[in-house]
Design a protein around this ligand. Structure first.
Ligand code: CP
Length: 306
């Protein structure tokens, strides 16, 4: 039995297979409409979510299965003090696979150690968000045509943005990827990503503060929101929250084929006037997220497709 805690749990070849399967699901949805009949996914969300929880549930339903779960710690027995280990033992009796989001880094890993069903990390604190990374990779591969030889700008809250940490870990496995890390001083990428992932991989990267300086050289701009829920101090959040606002004027500095991705939710960091720009693919990205989660469920459940 396999779990998914980090994008690195899959080799590049396995990752490519998941993305290929997602491509096929996109092209032939009817072929997959009943392959998970009788199966259930449990979505155990101890933190708020719109996309990840609903896309996991939609993914299982698109495969002919069913979904159950909770959307906040307060509506589960966690509010009475139940441990993650006990919860997953119980949920293993109800479901075939589980997606867990938790504010504590490592909580889904703890769950996987006590589970008799595959556990998917749907976001743990400021640590990892591997299924967002699968979504991002599928979006880039589908819309750009490749995952290698690209210059990727990651902008915003690089300190707490778990989607950025997971995406960098995944992209360093591809040749010729250059990273431009765009953040205020206070929200720079954590040392372990800079040293143990970027420097250790030998990939070219630079850290800049001004988005305008980076835009002309980018193939991909990955915008992120400032993660309000991870700040200890409201004043710091207020000072940082509007540091970057991508608008039409800044988009004029970008190449005509640069893609704008965002894991969403968006707050102020992308002006709504950018939504109609053909380079803005962040809502398409959400749809790719459903296809890739369908592919992931099939892979972890080892469902045979005739
Ligand atoms: N991208 C993402 O994780 O969105 P949600 O928080 O709405 O799940």
């Amino acid at each position: 039995m396999r779990h998914l805690m980090s994008p690195l749990d899959f080799s590049v070849e396995e990752l490519d297979q998941v993305l290929d399967l997602a491509d096929d699901i996109k092209k032939n949805p009817e072929k997959y409409a009943h392959v998970c009949e009788g199966k259930k996914i449990a979505t155990l969300f101890y933190e708020p979510s719109t996309r990840t929880r609903l896309s996991f549930e939609a993914a299982m339903m698109n495969l002919g299965g069913k979904a159950l779960g909770f959307s906040s710690a307060s509506s589960s027995s966690a509010a009475k003090g139940e441990s993650v280990a006990d919860t997953i033992r119980v949920v293993s009796c109800f479901a075939d696979i589980c997606a867990m989001r938790h504010p504590k880094e490592g909580a889904p890993l703890v769950a996987s150690m006590h589970s008799s069903i595959p556990v998917i990390n749907a976001g743990d604190g400021g640590h990892q968000h591997p299924t967002q990374t699968l979504t991002d990779l599928l979006t880039i591969r589908s819309e750009k045509g490749r995952l290698d030889n690209i210059t990727v700008g990651l902008c915003g809250d690089l300190k707490f943005g778990r989607t950025v940490h997971s995406l960098i870990e995944a992209l360093v496995r591809y040749e010729g990827v250059k990273f431009v890390l765009i953040s205020p001083e206070e929200l720079r990428i954590p040392d372990y990503i800079r040293d143990d992932v970027l420097r250790a991989s030998g990939h070219e990267f630079e850290e800049v503060i001004r988005l305008e300086d980076a835009l002309p050289e980018l193939d991909i701009l990955y915008m992120t929101r400032v993660q309000k829920e991870r700040f200890f101090n409201e004043d710091d959040y207020v000072r940082m929250k509007d540091f970057y606002i991508l608008d039409k004027e800044k988009m004029r500095l970008a190449p005509s084929d640069m893609l704008v991705l965002h894991p969403l939710p968006r707050v102020n960091e992308i002006s709504t006037e950018v939504d109609s720009d053909p380079r803005a693919v962040y809502f398409k990205q959400v749809q790719y997220g459903v296809y890739v989660r369908m592919a992931l469920i099939l892979t972890l459940l080892e469902v045979d497709i005739c």
